[in-house]
Design a protein around this ligand. Structure first.
Ligand SMILES: [Zn+2]
Length: 207
């Protein structure tokens, strides 16, 4: 499968790495929202917080290549949501990653915990083509080997829909779930919301 993805030119980095912030003196996690699709095959990973909500990126990645790396996220804890698709069959893996900081002098480590794993979920729609408008609204259904329905944790429904959309996004050029950092409101003070400026004529004597 890795080889087929490589041939299709889809680069997806579901791994989370441990990084050390020298100034803040703390260990953090780094993830890269990445992936995309061709008509046949797709793989996509994005990240969210433990409640499934979007988190801001550190920086977006502009690239001429499609189906690659879209944005970098840094956080003390992350949930990765990964989708792998062959035509209409999907695999899903949702993992929570925490930093475990042992006693002083010992190295921190990542503690991953699988929150959901879905195998061979089927979604009989062509989300890369005719039914593209449905992408981002639906997810595949998963069953146990005994044929019982396995529910996806409700809080991760929204992020999973975004990741499914990524795994069906042919020639993906942008992130699907990480968000732009919120603009600090202080930056706006004195411009749009500030006092109405005095006109140049009335103000002419000011030094
Ligand atoms: Zn896309």
């Amino acid at each position: 499968m890795e080889r087929r993805l490589q041939e299709a030119g889809v680069i997806c980095q579901p791994e989370v790495s441990l990084q050390y912030q020298t100034l803040a003196k703390r260990s953090v996690l780094r993830g890269v929202e990445s992936g995309g699709a061709t008509k046949e095959i797709g793989r996509y990973v994005t990240f969210c917080d433990e409640g499934g909500e979007p988190i801001p990126w550190l920086q977006p990645i502009d690239s001429v290549a499609v189906n690659g790396r879209h944005a970098v996220v840094i956080a003390p804890a992350l949930v990765s949501v990964e989708v792998f698709r062959v035509r209409n069959t999907y695999e899903v893996l949702i993992v929570r990653h925490n930093v475990v900081q042992p006693a002083e002098g010992r190295r921190a480590r990542i503690e991953p915990r699988v929150l959901f794993r879905g195998r061979q979920g089927y979604l009989p729609l062509d989300l890369t083509g005719d039914e593209k408008s449905m992408a981002g609204q639906i997810v595949p259904e998963f069953f146990s080997k005994a044929g019982e329905h396995i529910g996806i944790p409700a809080e991760f429904g929204k992020v999973l829909r975004a990741a499914v959309r990524g795994a069906t996004c042919a020639g993906c050029t942008h992130q699907h779930y990480l968000t732009a950092p919120k603009v600090n409101n202080n930056n706006k003070a004195g411009t749009s919301d500030g006092p109405i400026p005095i006109s140049a004529g009335e103000h002419a004597v000011a030094v």
